[in-house]
Design a protein around this ligand. Structure first.
Ligand code: IMP
Ligand code: MG
Length: 330
């Protein structure tokens, strides 16, 4: 069955949440396959506001499922918090969320490390301090924990001991990680997720379901923040183009819809290039009209004119074949 990917075509915050929310009604599985709790997707349901940082934007009044695919980095505590908010209004909804056991974890020390690295950078990136960069760094450096490691207490401890030994050596005098604290944290959060009824699976296990059902890929951030194609080094640490669908073992083709969400103007949080940026009163006015304050960090977003050269680049980089424009009126 043809697939739909909804991708931010600028620097994130294009209003993907709203667009995903609209299209999720017509889909059976909503997949997130990149980023972590650095994203902030705002959803309104019956006039109530829900802000998801990790959970895919499933529709509350259908039986659609959410899949957190490998390629993401998951902060367990954050996921539990989001599930609890939903459980209060929709009891049993946690069972509709599936997690790939090959997904890597964001640990509390990753957040500390994020802040530490930012403070040591000559030119800070302006990260969300959610531990995203360090979690992906540790994944690539073969020193992070995956969900699958949580299924065996003894192996988990061995794994954590090895990682903590290494990291405590690297960060001596700057940061200290405790093995027991880390293991207990992981087991406790895993236990809570199991009790909530979250399904642990893998892309290969649900291959047929993904192939035969209506699937929506919910992008996070925007193409200009892509690790490879964005404004490096002022980018996030993951793939933000439609290619992240490959993390759910899906290859999108020209028959699929790759929808780029574009705001009628441009905004950006964090540092880095922004050729059409506006400043002073003009920027203040636009920021206020568009309510451009971060959903994750509450930071003032930088704002400016729409940048068509940038959009042409984004369309090429993510093979966008459909566009939705948001915030055209106020
Ligand atoms: P990180 O992803 O927290 O490492 O932050 C790296 C850069 O990406 C910073 O400029 C952040 O402001 C930006 N960023 C990360 N997530 C989002 C998002 O969801 N929307 C907009 N910008 C983001
Ligand atoms: Mg956002």
């Amino acid at each position: 069955m043809n697939k739909l990917a909804i991708i931010g075509a600028q620097w994130g915050d294009e209003g993907k949440g709203k667009v995903v929310n609209y299209f999720s009604k017509f889909n059976d599985i909503i997949v997130r396959s990149s980023g972590g709790a650095n994203a902030g997707h705002t959803i309104y349901f019956k006039d109530k506001k829900y802000v998801h940082h990790l959970l895919p934007s499933i529709t509350f009044d259908t039986d659609s499922k959410g899949f957190l695919a490998k390629g993401m980095v998951i902060e367990l505590e954050q996921m539990i918090e989001e599930l609890k908010v939903l459980e209060a209004d929709f009891p049993g909804i946690s069972k509709r969320f599936m997690v790939d056991v090959e997904t890597f974890i964001v640990l509390p020390y990753h957040k500390e490390e994020d802040g530490l690295l930012e403070s040591m950078r000559k030119n800070p990136i302006g990260t969300t301090k959610r531990g995203i960069g360090p979690a992906y760094q540790d994944k690539a450096a073969r020193q992070n924990v995956r969900i699958i490691d949580l299924f065996d207490d003894e192996l988990l401890r061995e794994r954590v001991e090895e990682i903590v030994y290494l990291k405590n050596n690297i960060y001596e005098g700057k940061m200290h990680i405790d093995v027991d604290e880390t293991v207990n944290y992981l087991l406790d959060k895993f236990d809570q997720l199991l009790k909530l009824g979250v399904t642990f699976t893998s892309a290969s296990e649900i291959e047929d379901e993904i192939k035969n059902k209506r699937v929506l890929f919910e992008g996070a951030q925007g193409i200009m923040l892509d690790l490879d194609s964005g404004t490096y080094p002022y980018v996030t640490s993951s793939t933000t183009t439609a290619y992240s669908a490959s993390c759910a073992d899906v290859t999108l083709t020209d028959d699929d819809t790759i929808m780029g969400v574009v705001k009628a103007y441009t905004s950006r949080v964090g540092e880095g290039e922004f050729p059409t940026e506006l400043f002073d009163e003009e920027a203040d006015k636009l920021r206020k009209l568009g309510n451009e304050f971060g959903a994750t960090t509450g930071r003032n977003r930088r704002v400016g004119w729409i940048d068509l050269a940038q959009l042409r680049y984004a369309i090429k980089k993510s093979k966008i074949n459909s566009i939705v424009m948001t915030k055209q009126t106020y």
